[in-house]
Write a protein that binds this ligand. Structure first.
Ligand SMILES: Nc1ncnc2c1ncn2[C@@H]1O[C@H](COP(=O)(O)OP(=O)(O)OP(=O)(O)O)[C@@H](O)[C@H]1O
Length: 475
């Protein structure tokens, strides 16, 4: 849903006020429809598609509070902003408790209204973003992973999704933690309710509390308007707290209390909201180490880790790289409306040898750049090497000494986050399998015998290093 050009419904009986607000909203690019009483407004909201409702509280017939209650019951995801010229604290509290996105006092400056409108649209579009696990007619999985490790993750995901337990997702940056959180939500009984994601690391420390718990107008210097926090926005649905390891100790204590009591109170407020939501958290940090150093509360961890999902780094599941690269090529080509270029087998090989410190996100970015650079021609190994800055001889060194040296050099340059031992061992193993397969003229039983491993292992390794005959690589 675009934040510009959204469909707004304005319900207000005051013609002069409504027409000037309508002009402000239309000038900023939105399509606005107006109803001059509550009953018509509710009817329009029920029968037409709107992204946001802005409603006056005091109107003849049914007032704004009733409009809010009816819409909230029928369309809980449709944000409603209430306005009034007659303020009472009680009414403000009641409006927010009844689920208003925000509450504005007339008269207000147009920029203030526009800010609230944009925030409401942003929050509702984030909450409404679909979380497909499967997409396209071909039923291609949007969460890709054929490695054993990822298959295991998918199984766990399936078993936790239907339960109310809080899930803690661990994994390096870009391993797909948010995607997995969305999948958990999609597969839960709360799938039709909001999914609200908060990146705790991206919020300045002094604002985290009000972002999570909301605040009353005047609660602190910059609290110029009342604000619903993430907990309130996620009511009924799922709250995903990303980078939970980054919240400061004072907020950890408050979060713990909210989770224990299952109630939240806005900063500066007195009313409490009883919580009904699934909590999912994620971090790339080592929380146990943080606990030992006194940086993270152990009791908070126990509230969050009802179940733990560990997402392996991409370098530990090289067999996922080919399907992921193909998936991103198709996806980005579709987004850009261009034909999907072919990718040479050796180019995939180079992708598999990279260490991917940024994991799947880095692979997605690299694939996008390659697709654009290829200008419709096939993607070559040379292009990939140039992009990844991999010297041609780095991982394809022909002697063991060369291999050792290039791995150590790369590690010294900080380009080997998984460690040189891991990289060198894998590279050697890959060479061994490739050479044995060639020598055995493709006979896998022979390879198993020579290398002293089972045939199942041979198959897994050949698959992992993409050494299987070409036809089995096709989608
Ligand atoms: N298994 C997967 N299949 C398809 N796409 C994936 C997969 N894992 C990750 N992605 C894609 O990679 C990108 C990064 O994933 P995501 O944002 O979920 O990672 P993250 O672990 O939450 O990252 P961060 O720790 O930086 O917040 C997204 O565009 C996501 O769609």
């Amino acid at each position: 849903m675009p934040e510009q050009g959204a469909r707004l419904l304005l319900i207000d009986d005051d013609d002069d006020f409504a027409s000037s607000l309508l002009t402000v909203l239309e000038t900023s690019g939105h399509q606005v429809r107006r109803a001059s009483d509550g009953t018509t407004g509710v009817q329009m909201a029920m029968t037409e598609a709107f992204d946001l409702v802005i409603c006056d509280i005091r109107m003849p017939g049914i007032g704004g509070m009733e409009v809010l209650q009816r819409l909230h019951a029928a369309k809980p995801r449709l944000p409603v902003i209430l306005m009034t010229a007659f303020s009472t604290t009680e009414r403000a509290i009641e409006s927010m408790k009844a689920g208003a996105f925000d509450y504005l006092l007339k008269p207000f400056d147009p920029p203030e209204m526009l800010r609230v409108v944009e925030r409401a649209l942003h929050v509702s579009s984030a909450a409404a973003r679909p979380v497909p696990l499967r997409e396209g007619e071909a039923g291609k999985a949007a969460l890709i992973g054929r490695s054993r490790a990822m298959q295991e993750v998918f199984k766990q995901l399936g078993s936790y999704a239907a339960t109310p337990v809080p899930v803690l997702i661990l994994g390096e940056t870009g391993t797909g933690k948010e995607l997995v959180a969305r999948a958990l939500h999609l597969h839960s009984r709360r799938a039709e309710q909001p999914f609200v994601a908060v990146n705790c690391a991206a919020i300045p420390e002094n604002l985290i509390e009000s972002e999570l718990f909301g605040h009353e107008k005047g609660a602190f210097t910059h609290a110029v308007a009342r604000r619903a926090g993430s907990f309130e926005q996620a009511q009924g649905g799922t709250l995903f707290l990303d980078e939970i390891g980054d919240i400061p100790p004072a907020v950890q204590a408050k979060l713990l209390r909210v989770l224990q009591e299952r109630r939240v109170r806005r900063v500066g407020g007195s009313q409490e909201l009883e919580l009904d939501m699934r909590i999912i958290t994620a971090t790339h940090r080592d929380l146990s180490a943080m606990i030992k150093k006194g940086e993270f509360r152990e009791d908070l961890l126990y509230r969050l880790n009802g179940a733990v999902l560990r997402l392996p780094p991409l370098r530990e599941r090289a067999e996922d790289i080919t399907p992921l690269a193909r998936h991103f090529l198709a996806k980005v080509a579709g987004q850009l409306g261009i034909a999907e270029p072919a990718i040479e087998r050796e180019a995939l090989e180079v992708l598999k040898q990279h260490r991917w410190p940024g994991n799947v996100r880095e692979l997605e970015n690299v694939t996008r750049t390659l697709l654009i650079e290829a200008r419709g021609f096939s993607i070559s190994a040379e292009m990939v090497r140039t992009l990844l800055g991999t010297p041609q001889n780095e991982m394809t060194a022909t002697t063991v000494d060369g291999l050792v040296e290039s791995c150590l050099n790369a590690a010294r340059a900080g380009a080997m986050p998984g460690g040189a031992l891991n990289a060198a061992t894998e590279a050697l193993e890959q060479k061994l399998y490739a050479a044995a397969l060639k020598m055995a003229a493709g006979n896998q039983s022979q390879v198993a015998e020579w290398l002293g491993v089972s045939r199942v292992t041979v198959r897994e390794k050949l698959d992992r290093y993409d050494l299987l005959p070409k036809r089995t690589l096709k989608k």
